[in-house]
Ligand binder design. Structure first.
Ligand SMILES: Nc1ncnc2c1ncn2[C@@H]1O[C@H](COP(=O)(O)OP(=O)(O)OP(=O)(O)O)[C@@H](O)[C@H]1O
Length: 310
């Protein structure tokens, strides 16, 4: 894999619905083989951004390049190199799981190449998404989580080089969610698939993504590895303790040094010391709050990485 190759490049993207700007000057890049999580509160512009990248929505301004092509001029051949898993499930109640995947897969046969054999063999794909037992069942009898796995399988059947996953784990139980995370790691590691995932689950973003981009009110407010976002934006640990009758709380940059000083000063008086490290959720909430209270400049947390941090 050429780690310097870009799968997605977005520069100065703007989108306007009527008189309202919903994306203002959005710029980010995704390297090939990287997992990027796009986070942001409801209405931030995530789905609009993804739809522009997929070629389903026209932008108002800016430059967009996805797998070497401007999505506004994407051909069928270009589209066949991408997989898409939408938020809503398209109903095919009478089809059986295997039949549907075989049919969807057949659409990709003309796009098979020497290096990427399309489609994904159905039994292997069923095993990869954990639907082997449901292979011959009609879709209407699947549980919500099983349907979600089928959505993911439909997104993968064409062996995409780039897959868009819009809130893919909504409605999955913890075991299915963990299986799904393993599947994403596998398609990245074994097939070098680039993954762009939107989620409201910060834990999921932290576990899965090489990099996180946070969008708030149509602007990028952070772009970096999750550990860097947490450290550089939230940056402070919370220290709680009881001294005499008083319950005290401080936010400090270095909790170890603070605790040392505290004991040196207070000695036997200090009880119930608790230290809580800032989490990605703290960083996220701080950023979204800032962006709501003021027009914040984009925060480049990390220099553009030389590829995925694995
Ligand atoms: N067709 C449309 N016409 C007018 N406004 C729209 C249209 N589609 C979306 N919007 C507005 O654009 C903004 C961004 O919407 P978008 O769906 O991209 O947000 P999102 O980040 O995906 O939100 P969620 O997390 O709720 O899915 C919202 O304010 C939404 O109301």
């Amino acid at each position: 894999m050429n780690i310097d190759e870009l799968a997605i490049e977005v520069e100065g993207l703007r989108l306007r619905y009527g008189a309202t700007d919903v994306l203002h000057d959005v710029s980010f890049r995704v390297h090939r083989g990287e997992v990027l999580a796009l986070l942001g509160p409801n209405g931030a512009g995530k789905t609009s951004t993804i739809e522009i990248l997929e070629g389903f929505r026209m932008r108002s301004a800016g430059r967009v390049d996805v797998l070497g092509t401007d999505p506004a001029r994407g051909t069928e051949q270009w589209r066949a190199r991408m997989g898409i898993v939408l938020q809503s499930w398209r109903d095919h109640p009478k089809w059986r799981v295997r039949e549907l995947l075989a049919f969807q897969g057949s659409l990709y046969e003309p796009y098979s190449t020497e290096s990427i054999r399309r489609p994904w063999e159905v039994d292997d794909l069923l095993a990869a998404v954990g639907l082997t037992e449901q292979a011959d069942r009609p879709i209407k009898v699947l549980s919500g989580g099983q349907r979600r796995r089928l959505d993911v399988a439909i997104g993968l059947v064409g062996r995409p080089e780039l897959i868009f996953l819009d809130e893919p784990t909504t409605g999955l139980d913890p075991k299915a969610r963990r299986d799904f995370h393993e599947l994403v790691r596998r398609i990245r590691d074994e097939y070098e698939t680039t993954v762009l995932i939107t989620t409201h689950d910060l834990d999921e973003a932290e576990k899965l993504a090489d990099r996180i981009v946070i969008l708030a009110a149509g602007r990028i407010v952070a772009d970096g590895a999750s550990a860097d976002l947490t450290r550089q934006i939230a940056g402070h640990d919370e220290v709680r303790w009881v001294e005499g009758d008083e319950h005290l709380v401080r936010e400090v940059p270095d909790s170890t040094a603070f605790a040392r000083e505290l004991f040196a000063r207070g000695g036997a008086e200090i009880r119930e010391l608790e230290i809580r490290r800032a989490t990605l959720e703290d960083a996220y909430l701080a950023l979204v709050r800032n962006s709501e209270s003021a027009a914040v400049e984009s925060v480049a947390v990390m220099p553009e990485p030389n590829g995925a941090s694995r």
